[in-house]
Write a protein that binds this ligand. Structure first.
Ligand code: NAD
Ligand code: UDP
Length: 312
């Protein structure tokens, strides 16, 4: 049993991680400022004796005593992270500095939830960890992409300079229950639109691709990464290599939900990556992990979640 801090623990991924860690017998401290997270996501854990919730913004220092830190605090959807881009960069960078400082004081192991966005709009396909990326430093996505890149830099400098026990995972598009219905991400958008019978909004011509990982697979990989031997830092790609165009995704969602929604085409946001697919050879080798849940099965679970949410 360990005392584990999860920053961003009331968010989509964080809440699933907290749940898993409590189930495994750990003492979990969930820290969140509720910018995009929601108390509802962790309501079922609040009465658990090994779960504690603290409202705190990671851009400010935090003084707690823990053995391990999962650093997830950061808005993840383009709509949310572009809402207050300065705060997004602060959350990634000041948040990383504060959590690394905490880890250093405690000599605690710390895992950073990085992102496939560090690869930007990639020229290399699929993306391997050795690829340095193609990121616009001054565009509308830069607050997130460059913030996460700088956080990785800080993690590796703390590793080299202070021998801190770091782990970095690069998460590719992940979906599942507890995604925010209005966060503008493609899976939640398409499902909510289909359930409401609204038009399905395809940005651009819909030929851009993404690889979608179901949340349970992702949480399993994050947990395994945290347990790898000291000195193995990553970065490790975590995602599902199954690659789909946005048109294919829309058609799958429509086929599963039914209904009368039409596909409508809207302008592609600037710097929207054209292709994205993780190379997960390293995760297979070092974590003994690969995703198990097919897109169709994960979509069914996610659709039932949103159906219940919209009915409520
Ligand atoms: P989310 O928006 O649901 O969760 C982020 C959480 O962080 C929220 O609960 C939010 O309130 C909290 N938060 C934001 N700023 C904060 C601050 N300054 N202080 C304290 N808490 C703060 O997003 P998510 O999808 O659960 O993503 C979690 C992490 O995983 C993020 O770091 C994100 O960059 C990373 N990630 C997610 C994906 C994905 O597809 N979901 C992909 C790549 C990386
Ligand atoms: N997208 C879309 N319609 C939507 C929302 C998103 O076609 O209603 C597209 C978006 O332009 C991008 C892809 O879906 O090409 C994935 O978008 P998301 O915001 O989910 O994630 P990210 O771009 O960060 O991978």
């Amino acid at each position: 049993m360990q005392r584990i801090l999860v920053t961003g623990g009331a968010g989509f991924l964080g809440s699933h991680l907290c749940e898993r860690l409590v189930e495994q017998g750990h003492d979990v401290l969930c820290v969140d400022n509720f910018f995009t997270g929601n108390k509802q996501n962790i309501a079922h854990l609040l009465s658990h004796p090994r779960f504690e919730l603290m409202r705190h913004d990671v851009t400010f220092p935090l003084y707690v005593e823990v053995d391990r830190i999962f650093n997830l605090a950061c808005p993840a959807s383009p709509v949310h992270y572009q809402h207050d881009p300065v705060q997004t960069t602060k959350t990634s960078v000041h948040g990383a500095i504060n959590m690394l400082g905490l880890a250093k004081r405690l000599d605690a192991r710390i895992l950073q939830a990085s992102t496939s966005e560090v690869y930007g709009d990639p020229e290399v396909h699929p993306q391997q960890e050795g690829y340095w990326g193609r990121v616009n430093p001054i565009g509308i996505r830069s607050c997130y992409d460059e913030g996460k890149r700088c956080a990785e830099t800080l993690f590796f400098d703390y590793f080299r300079q202070h021998q801190l026990d770091i782990k970095v995972v690069r998460i590719f598009n992940t979906y599942g229950p507890r995604m925010h219905p209005n966060d503008g991400r493609v899976v939640s958008n398409f499902i909510v639109q289909a359930l409401r019978g609204d038009d399905i909004t395809i940005y651009g011509d819909g030929s851009q691709t993404r690889s979608f990982c179901y949340v349970d697979d992702l949480i399993e990989a994050m947990g395994r990464m945290m347990e790898t031997e000291r000195g193995f830092t990553g970065p490790v790609n975590i995602g599902n290599p199954g690659e789909f165009s946005m048109l294919e995704l829309a058609e799958k969602v429509l086929a599963l939900v039914g209904g009368r929604s039409r596909l409508v085409f809207q302008p592609l946001p600037s710097d929207d990556p054209k292709q994205r697919q993780p190379d997960i050879a390293l995760a297979r080798e070092k974590l003994g992990w690969e995703p198990r849940i097919a897109l169709e099965d994960g979509l069914k679970e996610t659709i039932s979640y949103f159906r219940r949410l919209l009915q409520a």
